[in-house]
Write a protein that binds this ligand. Structure first.
Ligand SMILES: NC(=O)c1ccc[n+]([C@@H]2O[C@H](COP(=O)([O-])OP(=O)(O)OC[C@H]3O[C@@H](n4cnc5c(N)ncnc54)[C@H](O)[C@@H]3O)[C@@H](O)[C@H]2O)c1
Ligand SMILES: O=c1ccn([C@@H]2O[C@H](COP(=O)(O)OP(=O)(O)O[C@H]3O[C@H](CO)[C@H](O)[C@H](O)[C@H]3O)[C@@H](O)[C@H]2O)c(=O)[nH]1
Length: 330
């Protein structure tokens, strides 16, 4: 297949682009490098530096080639930041995605795989966990809302233009390419696991644990961590699944780990202490997010290879130890 990958210089997009290339597909990465890295674009992919907000440039670019599927990772994606910059998030994520959807329809790209999120679900009043794809949607952040807008836009594109899509609602992506080719590198980093790893390596001040008074057994938030290679596998399966109909899947391991349990896992894997201090809750954080991924398993045969949290953490730790400055490391 000829695959167009927006956000392919980013954390998840680069891992999926690599998996596509490993499976013999052709990849074109579109990325503005706002949070991504040119070094993360896998060898063999072609690259166009382009901001999806530039509708005409995007259209122009798509008239110059042919693609079978677009995988859409490019987005603003930080829950906490979206609460401080709500209109920016709502506007940017919706407009860039509509630009892409419109351009795909106009240029005969018939399939889109969309990076949706667990942040569609609130769970403030714990509805029965784990969360199914038809569980009530009630985003706790503008980020989550922006992704819901895009899901709805895709539904209209299917109805009106016959575009097929897969909305993949990832829970918390974690880990790194088991072969060590790629990893997670955000600057500044805001995600729990890479921060805990850097704190263990003594490369940053103590981790600030956002909220110790949540209605959970140890008072910290609970998340479902899914290895980035398992996510990549799910994308490949989703592409073949949408020949005749669109799908919406929740994607996680089906097991929750509290923030404190993640800290303990990093301590086991690294053999070092993770220095941390309690801090205020971060706005927009639901207390518990655990996925029910039965649907994708049943319909595509997908099953996560990494189910042990220490194994997931180990791949992230190994990459970070070798790349202490991320992609800027020698
Ligand atoms: N990381 C997670 O745990 C997680 C969970 C659920 C959903 N998601 C979604 O998955 C996708 C990828 O997340 P990530 O963690 O890899 O993020 P990331 O920031 O590492 O990657 C995003 C990529 O998109 C590019 N980009 C951003 N805006 C762009 C624009 N306007 N035009 C062109 N390129 C642009 C960035 O430069 C970057 O390379 C996002 O859509 C995110 O919302 C992530
Ligand atoms: O320094 C930190 C960083 C994070 N946390 C806590 O760790 C948990 C996980 O936070 P992350 O920032 O690592 O991940 P999120 O759950 O906020 O968000 C991630 O997963 C979501 C889906 O669940 C989204 O889609 C989003 O794009 C992606 O960044 C939260 O309780 C957060 O408050 C801390 O306590 N201290």
């Amino acid at each position: 297949m000829r695959c167009l990958v927006t956000g392919g210089a980013g954390y998840i997009g680069s891992h999926v682009a690599q998996a596509l290339i490993d499976s013999g597909h052709k990849v074109t990465v579109l990325d503005n490098l706002s949070t991504g890295h040119i070094e993360a674009i896998p060898k063999g992919a072609s690259f166009e530096r382009l901001d999806l907000i530039e509708r005409d440039r995007l259209n122009n670019f798509l008239t110059r080639g042919k693609w079978d599927v677009a995988l859409h990772f490019a987005a603003l994606s930080l829950v906490g930041e979206s609460v401080t910059h709500p209109y920016y998030y709502l506007k940017q994520n919706l407009i860039t995605s509509i630009n892409l959807i419109e351009a795909c329809v106009a240029n005969n790209i018939k399939k889109i795989i969309f990076s949706s999120t667990a942040a569609l679900f609130d769970n403030t009043h714990p509805s029965p966990s784990p969360i199914k794809s038809d569980s009530p949607i009630n985003p706790a952040s503008p980020y989550g809302e922006s992704k819901f807008f895009v899901e709805k836009t895709l539904k209209w594109a299917e109805k009106i233009h016959n575009l097929r899509y897969a909305s993949l609602r990832y829970f918390n992506a974690a880990g790194a390419d088991p072969l060590g080719r790629l990893g997670e590198d955000h600057q500044p980093e805001t995600h729990l696991l890479p921060i805990a790893i850097d704190a263990a390596l003594g490369r940053r001040p103590p981790l600030r644990l956002f909220g110790t008074d949540y209605p959970t057994p140890d008072g910290s938030c609970i998340r479902d961590y899914i290895h980035v290679s398992d996510l990549a596998d799910a994308h490949l399966r989703a592409i073949s699944q949408i020949n005749n109909r669109s799908v919406t899947y929740n994607l996680g391991n089906g097991r929750g780990f509290s923030n404190l349990e993640i800290i303990k896992s990093v301590e086991r894997v690294s053999g070092r202490k993770v220095p941390w201090i309690p801090a205020e809750r971060r706005l927009g954080d639901p207390p518990i997010l655990i996925a029910d991924s039965t649907e994708i398993k049943k319909e595509t045969g997908w099953t996560p290879r990494f189910s042990d949290i220490d194994e997931i953490v180990r791949t992230a730790f190994t990459w970070r130890e070798k790349h202490p400055d991320g992609y800027r490391s020698p």
